[in-house]
Design a binder for this molecule. Structure first.
Ligand SMILES: [Zn+2]
Length: 370
């Protein structure tokens, strides 16, 4: 159980604009105790108060809890296949600054750039950054070592980006996007949320009451490699019939009898958005149905009450929502069909992974502060 100080910081982080009176109610403590905890956190430069707007309710005026101007910050970094980005994030999730750029898939060069950016931000913010959250396009071990097969990065030590970081959290981008949707996006309030990100692969995560299901070795969420696809199709992973091969650009090219383009993600995005020929529209509908059918299988299996889609999933929902929905409903067990868990576009879009990196870093950091 977190201490009441930690719980109050967690509440102020989760609910920006929270008043001291609301915090007292959330924590189940009296107003006197809340005032005392806030005073202690304020003396420790962890939280500050500003007068709250009058609520019209009876009782003494309260205050709004805000980040302390000298308080801790986290650095949230997101690495994609082509780009990098580092945000400085204060309590409550607001980004104060961002640096970003492109990289040429050479780890040593990228690591130098990222380490320099981390050092610059620590300097610019007078040492206030105390944690680093990292979103990466690959799998991460408990010892923060990264494997990103498509970038040819193997056994990379992510700690070199900030060797003496008080807190370092590194996770797969799809898991972090899922965490962000549950904390700040379309899945806030869901008991068990399923997030799926369709891009070069199909990944995601199950978030169980706010906790991302990481798996025994930290690599859960490879939903694209469940055999919901055509058993005649071999997946680059070595298996046959992987779901991912039925919902991506390779599936569209195959359905149209065309060669698979090198950048099949850009190809799929373009085709889904602009399909005009009858055969192209039919291919998009087929892929949309394959997505909906697989979602039904997952919802039946994990009993999610809400599903969010990112990446090409958003494009498929926009272009062929009825086909996604029809296949989804047809695949749901009958008792779920009266009230099917909603399938929604992710609210945070491309910001999901970096927002998730900030959330996971804050979650870990808050446990160490108060
Ligand atoms: Zn596979």
């Amino acid at each position: 159980m977190p201490s009441r100080s930690t719980a109050l910081l967690q509440a102020a982080h989760a609910h920006p604009g929270l008043t001291r009176a609301d915090a007292a109610r959330l924590l189940g403590v009296g107003t006197g105790a809340a005032t005392e905890i806030v005073a202690r956190l304020s003396r420790a430069s962890l939280l500050a108060e500003v007068p709250a707007a009058p609520s019209g309710a009876r009782g003494r005026p309260t205050t709004t809890l805000v980040p302390h101007p000298q308080g801790p910050l986290v650095l949230a970094a997101a690495i994609t296949h082509e780009t990098w980005r580092v945000d400085v994030v204060e309590l409550g999730g607001t980004a104060l600054a961002t640096e970003e750029g492109r990289h040429g898939a050479e780890w040593a060069t990228l690591a130098t750039t990222l380490a320099a950016t981390v050092a610059t931000f620590r300097d610019r913010y007078d040492g206030r950054p105390q944690a680093l959250g990292l979103s990466v396009p690959g799998t991460v071990t408990a010892a923060a070592r990264l494997d990103a097969a498509t970038l040819l990065w193997h056994d990379i030590d992510l700690r070199e980006l900030w060797p003496d970081a008080p807190v370092l959290v590194a996770r797969n981008d799809a898991s972090l996007a899922a965490a962000a949707e549950s904390r700040r996006g379309a899945a806030v309030g869901a008991a068990v949320a399923l997030h799926l990100h369709v891009e070069a692969g199909l990944g995601g995560a199950v978030v169980d009451h706010g906790t991302v299901l990481a798996g025994a070795t930290g690599t859960a969420g490879e939903f694209g490699h469940m055999p919901f696809g055509d058993p005649a199709v071999r997946c680059p992973c070595g298996a046959r019939g992987c779901w991912g091969t039925a919902v991506d650009g390779t599936a569209l090219a195959r359905l149209l009898g065309r060669p698979v383009p090198r950048d099949h993600v850009a190809y799929a995005r373009q085709l889904i958005r602009t399909a005009t020929e009858a055969d192209e529209r039919a291919a998009v509908r087929t892929v949309a149905a394959a997505l909906g059918r697989g979602i039904a299988g997952l919802v039946n299996g994990v009993d999610a009450d809400l599903v969010t889609l990112g990446g090409l999933g958003v494009d498929l929902l926009a272009a062929a929502g009825p086909e996604v929905e029809a296949a989804y409903r047809a695949g749901l067990m009958a008792y779920r069909r009266d009230d099917p868990p909603p399938v929604l576009p992710a609210a945070l879009g491309d910001d999901g992974p970096v927002a998730g990196a900030a959330e996971e870093a804050w979650s870990a950091l808050l446990l160490t502060l108060a």
